[in-house]
Design a protein. Structure first.
Length: 94
C-alpha cells in the first residue's frame, strides 16, 4: 500500500528569449507533520510543506538534496521523523 500520491508539475524557470522548464514532483503524504513534499531533481531542491496548527502551509526549502534522500522521505513510515533525522540541519536551507 502506497503512502503517497504524486503529480508532476512543469514550471517556467526563465521567461526570457530561451525558455527553460523544470519538472517538480509534488507528493502528498499521509503525514500531518509533512503533508506535502516538492522535489526538483534537476536542481536537487526539496520543498517541505509543513502541517500542524502553528506552521500549517509554510514551506521550508533545502538545496543539494539527493534523489535517494527524497525517495527515503516519501517512502518513510514517518515522513516527519525522517525529515528531522535526515534532512533538517543536514542540508542547506534557503
Amino acid at each position: 500500500m502506497s503512502h503517497v500520491t504524486s503529480v508532476t508539475h512543469k514550471t517556467l524557470v526563465n521567461p526570457g528569449p530561451v525558455c527553460q522548464y523544470t519538472y517538480m514532483e509534488i507528493t502528498r503524504t499521509k503525514s500531518t507533520t509533512v503533508p506535502e513534499v516538492i522535489y526538483d531533481g534537476g536542481s536537487s531542491t526539496l520543498g517541505i510543506v509543513l502541517g500542524g496548527a502553528k506552521n500549517k502551509g509554510d514551506m521550508l526549502v533545502y538545496r543539494g538534496v539527493p534523489q535517494d534522500v527524497y525517495n527515503g522521505l516519501i517512502e518513510a513510515e514517518s515522513p516527519g521523523g525522517y525529515f528531522n533525522r535526515k534532512i533538517k540541519g543536514v542540508y542547506q536551507q534557503v
